[in-house]
Design a protein around this ligand. Structure first.
Ligand SMILES: NC(=O)c1ccc[n+]([C@@H]2O[C@H](COP(=O)([O-])OP(=O)(O)OC[C@H]3O[C@@H](n4cnc5c(N)ncnc54)[C@H](OP(=O)(O)O)[C@@H]3O)[C@@H](O)[C@H]2O)c1
Length: 299
């Protein structure tokens, strides 16, 4: 429930205005939380008729001037272009630099920038070592944001899940694959904790607690088989048989394969211990229970 997130947060100062570029899955949830805290929030989408499009941001349309008027906080959830450019900075850097009231600029990045740590923990002090083309592009965009001299904070996210985007979708459709790669773990974060952490970090930033990079991940990197088995138990459904990774990889998409080629545990101590953000879903078990409860409600 949105109240579970909101009750952990302080409202932003009166007259705050948050602009979100890329009001997709995470962006819309962050917008809802911001609005529940009493903040004015505007979200972009690329198409006029998309749900939750308060304004249009794409390569063809100029962003209306009013969008920037009075903006105090900006968040980009827009991924890099295929050529490695940051779509927001490419088109709007000047407007952002001219918006004199901006107190915080967030950029949703990925923990893919750390590359492969062979199953070891990575934290914000770990030197990024992106291996995949998309992670190299991402790290380049992080640097471009940090070089702007805006009050930028990079939030590095592992796999995002939540209602409508969890193990249950493929499990209940019967399309899930039980890929067995011993020692492989994935870190993840529930979308409600992304929304909670964004608003929490905005609140701290003005108090001088403003690290330039923060990992936003849950406490428990886990093997994929454990996650699927737990979901199947909750849904009271049977599990397909396991497939060794060496066999499964032959039919995997290039994208899927790239995820299995990297193995790391994402450390969240900066966010959760040093800065004090209380996770709503500290691990996949509590998070999946939440996702399943939403499926039942929608029936
Ligand atoms: N999914 C994951 O597991 C994961 C993990 C780590 C990091 N991330 C990154 O975290 C961010 C948020 O993830 P998400 O899953 O919430 O994203 P999402 O649902 O895919 O939303 C991305 C948003 O960016 C907009 N967008 C994409 N390309 C654009 C472009 N060239 N110009 C303008 N707008 C553009 C999309 O517009 P429309 O609304 O019009 O489609 C959408 O609103 C993304 O940058 C994502 O790459 C994702």
């Amino acid at each position: 429930m949105i109240q579970d997130i909101v009750k952990r947060l302080d409202p932003l100062p009166p007259k705050s205005k948050l602009i979100i570029f890329g009001g997709g899955y995470s962006g819309q949830r962050i917008a809802s939380v911001g609005r529940h805290l009493g903040t004015q929030v505007l979200c972009s989408r690329r198409e006029k008729n998309s749900k939750g499009a308060d304004f249009i941001f794409n390569t063809e349309t100029e962003v209306a001037k009013e969008v920037f008027e009075g903006a105090t906080h900006v968040l980009s959830c827009v991924p890099p272009s295929l050529t490695g450019e940051d779509p927001v900075l490419n088109q709007l850097k000047t407007q952002l630099l001219n918006s004199k009231n901006i107190k915080w600029v967030g950029y949703l990045s990925t923990t893919g920038v750390y590359g492969d740590s062979k199953g070891e923990w990575v934290n914000e002090k770990t030197s990024p070592n992106p291996q995949q083309e998309r992670s190299i592009r991402r790290f380049s965009c992080e640097k471009k944001w940090l070089e702007t001299n805006l009050p930028v904070q990079i939030l590095r996210l592992p796999g995002i899940y939540g209602p409508g985007r969890s193990t249950f979708e493929s499990l209940l459709k019967g399309t899930i694959k039980m890929v067995d790669k011993p020692g492989q773990v994935f870190s993840r974060v529930h979308v409600d904790d992304i929304a909670g952490a964004v608003l929490f970090l905005i609140g701290l930033y003005s108090q001088g607690k403003n690290p330039s990079v923060v990992n936003v991940a849950d406490n428990l990197p886990t093997n994929n088989l454990d996650v699927i088995a737990f979901a199947a138990k909750i849904a009271k459904t049977s599990l397909p048989s396991t497939i060794p990774f060496e066999v499964a990889k032959e039919t995997m998409s290039k994208m899927a394969l790239s995820f299995w080629q990297e193995n790391r545990k994402v450390d969240n101590k900066l966010l959760c211990q040093k800065l004090g953000y209380p996770l709503i879903y500290p691990n996949f078990k509590s998070g999946l229970k939440n996702c399943f409860s939403k499926i039942k409600i929608n029936k």
